[in-house]
Design a protein around this ligand. Structure first.
Ligand SMILES: N[C@@H](CCC(=O)N[C@@H](CS)C(=O)NCC(=O)O)C(=O)O
Length: 235
């Protein structure tokens, strides 16, 4: 009997949840949702997440969606993933996790799915450019934050799911959309963030999670696209 079931598509937001599960050494089943065939929009999948988005994590009768909600749920069950409810740094976890979800990840989605946010296709490149400039500001702010902590993680209290979420956002940012990703030079200019990504990329949990999604090294710095057996699983 496994602890959890993770619904995933290679290199989608589920990657963060998978990294956290591997970090915690949790037992889980992974169920592929073929985005290329639109399975995430099926009635069956929408019964789990009515938004039709990945990821979903199921724990017994509890069905969870939204990456940050899932991560918070996991922190509460696996103390190695971040400050628990009674820890003095719990507030820090809340603010950075919500920032990563509501701001950084949400703004990445404007670039990944730019066509959804403009009146006509001619506006897409402009939107992506404007968001890229904002992302550079976000990363510079994060670099200052990380650089202010002796142990080089985003939270002053130490390693947490926030580091995994940030690392995945950095990975996706420089890969997607494939025709117009953010220039990796933006990350190269930020030493504390770069070190965080290097260290996480060398972590066994990150490596094993990436490999389960057909992602080969390097995983986080100058990352490579996933190479699933069927290209159709990417949507
Ligand atoms: N706010 C959501 C965003 C998740 C998300 O963007 N999922 C993407 C994959 S990375 C997805 O399912 N995209 C399909 C779509 O937007 O149609 C979360 O954090 O779970």
């Amino acid at each position: 009997m496994t602890d959890y079931t993770l619904y995933y598509s290679p290199d989608s937001a589920n990657l963060v949840v998978r990294m956290a599960l591997h970090e915690a050494g949790a037992d889980y089943d992974a169920r592929l949702v073929d985005r290329g065939r639109g399975e995430h929009r099926s009635d069956r999948y929408r019964a789990l997440n009515p938004q039709g988005l990945l990821p979903v994590l199921v724990d017994g009768d509890t069905v969870l969606f939204e990456t940050a909600a899932i991560l918070l749920y996991l922190v509460d069950r696996h103390p190695e993933l971040g400050p628990g409810i009674d820890h003095p740094a719990r507030g820090d976890l809340y603010r950075w996790l919500f920032y990563l979800s509501n701001t950084l990840h949400a703004e990445l989605r404007l670039r990944f799915y730019s066509v959804r946010y403009v009146a006509n296709a001619s506006g897409e490149a402009g939107l992506r450019g404007a968001v890229a400039a904002r992302l550079a500001d976000h990363l510079a702010m994060l670099d200052r934050q990380i650089g202010g902590h002796d142990d080089g993680w985003l939270l002053a209290s130490g390693f947490s799911v926030c580091d995994l979420y940030l690392a995945a956002c950095c990975r996706w940012m420089v890969l997607y959309p494939p025709q117009d990703p953010v220039d990796h030079a933006v990350i190269d200019a930020l030493p504390a963030l770069g070190r965080l990504l290097e260290r996480l990329g060398a972590r066994a949990s990150v490596a094993s999670a990436c490999e389960r999604e057909w992602i080969e090294p390097p995983y986080l710095v100058r990352p490579r696209m996933p190479s699933p057996p069927s290209g159709s699983v990417l949507g």
